[in-house]
Design a binder for this molecule. Structure first.
Ligand code: ATP
Ligand code: MG
Length: 392
């Protein structure tokens, strides 16, 4: 390990810190606690999923100097659970403690244009695109190559928020004005045959391991279903995705868990979509389906512990549980039939402890594990029927 990233052993006192209190932070905290670490979360929300379960909850804003100092005082090393934590905050923390991933790497992931430039520099293709930051950029758009397209805000987008599909130049101009004329990226709309993601974990010594390739189904721009193994995807395509993800991480000198989302196009070619400098929703299955989860990997990379290649021990399907499931078809509020799904074999229910239910809000996920991919899929469809989750 490098001098900047010492080994932190769970000695009963060592505390691992995380910026952000959402469900990803909560699952990081659970993994760290299982290994005997104390945990600290910096999060302003008094009732956040991670704050509720951590040993220490620093209740300030993500850029509050006093809060950041308190976190650095209590935690031996610090990671993040969301990519929009400011580079200045990570730099302040890094002046005192090891921080993984580093602020510079997170900054690349915060900006779609920088992210795409990094893919290209790593030898990984991405969608044809153009920056839209001024009326001149708008006028200069190469309509024949980029439209129809998707206009995405360069920063702060997630779950399909900050995106508009545009068919022609007039729609593009309207969409940019709708999005408040903030810096955007226009991407060509690609013919998607499938969506994949690869989660890698890279240590300070350059060792890199990966979770099995995940096949993802999105609905309305939000992840709905993840299937592993990635059925219907040729082994050569999966290997290429893993190799690309490894190059993208190495080129960033990345330390931590990194997820790369890929598109498989109608002609079978592979294109990188975006990356997240943290565990990813599509890797949640690994808690139940792999011998080492993405959160275990996050703990190991942060603590400078050895990385081993995770092994998928059970074919799996993960269903995202959005708040919509808390209403029936007639619009009446209900509690989903948890007892009904838990009566099925191989179901693993994860609820994030969010007090307020909203449509489109990620309330939890449910992982199904089984002996074969066919059995996992059949079971997941049974679960879907019980919950009123649209079949897939
Ligand atoms: P998140 O961060 O939650 O993954 P996001 O809001 O950053 O999502 P993207 O991953 O960029 O959004 O896009 C969301 C979804 O929209 C993709 O998973 C894909 O289904 C579709 N999509 C995005 N870009 C394109 C494209 N260029 N061509 C076709 N479909 C696309
Ligand atoms: Mg995405």
């Amino acid at each position: 390990m490098s001098a900047h990233h010492p080994v932190i052993l769970p000695d009963g006192h060592a505390t691992l810190g995380v910026m952000g209190g959402g469900q990803l932070g909560r699952m990081f905290v659970h993994a760290a606690q299982q290994m005997g670490y104390r945990t600290a979360v910096l999060e302003p929300d008094p009732a956040s999923p991670a704050g509720l379960v951590a040993h220490e909850h620093v209740r300030t804003g993500y850029e509050d100097v006093i809060g950041l100092t308190a976190l650095a005082n209590v935690a031996a090393a610090i990671t993040t659970e969301f990519e929009n934590v400011s580079a200045a905050s990570l730099r302040q923390l890094a002046a005192h403690r090891p921080v993984a991933p580093a602020g510079d790497a997170v900054a690349v992931c915060q900006d779609r244009a920088a992210e795409k430039a990094h893919f290209v520099a790593s030898g990984v293709p991405c969608a044809p695109h153009a920056r839209i930051e001024s009326d001149a950029d708008l006028a200069a758009v190469d309509v024949s190559t980029l439209l129809p397209g998707i206009l995405k805000t360069s920063r702060m987008g997630y779950d399909g928020k900050g995106q508009r599909r545009v068919a022609d130049a007039a729609e593009l101009a309207r969409a940019w004005s709708d999005l408040g004329r903030v810096p955007c990226l226009l991407e060509k709309m690609l013919p998607l045959a499938a969506e994949l993601s690869v989660i890698v974990a890279r240590g300070a010594d350059g060792c890199c391991v990966h979770l099995p390739v995940q096949r993802n189904l999105h609905r309305d721009g939000i992840l709905a279903v993840t299937t592993v193994p990635a059925e219907g995807i040729p082994a050569a395509t999966q290997d290429a995705a893993i190799a690309s993800a490894g190059r993208i991480a190495a080129e960033l000198a990345y330390v931590g868990v990194l997820c790369i989302e890929f598109f498989v196009l109608a002609d079978g070619s592979l294109v990188a979509n975006e990356m997240a400098p943290r565990p990813h929703n599509s890797g949640h299955h690994s808690i139940d389906s792999c011998d080492v989860s993405q959160f275990d990997l996050q703990v190991r990379t942060l603590a400078g512990l050895p990385l081993v290649q995770p092994r998928l021990h059970s074919p799996t399907v993960m269903l995202n549980l959005l708040g919509d499931l808390w209403w029936d078809a007639a619009g009446r509020e209900r509690t989903p039939d948890w007892a009904g799904v838990l009566a099925l074999p191989g179901t693993h229910l994860h609820l994030y402890g969010k007090a307020e239910v909203r449509r489109g809000r990620k309330m939890g996920h449910l992982t199904v594990t089984a002996a074969t991919p066919e059995a996992a899929r059949a079971l997941a469809l049974q679960v879907a029927a019980v919950l009123g989750f649209e079949p897939f």
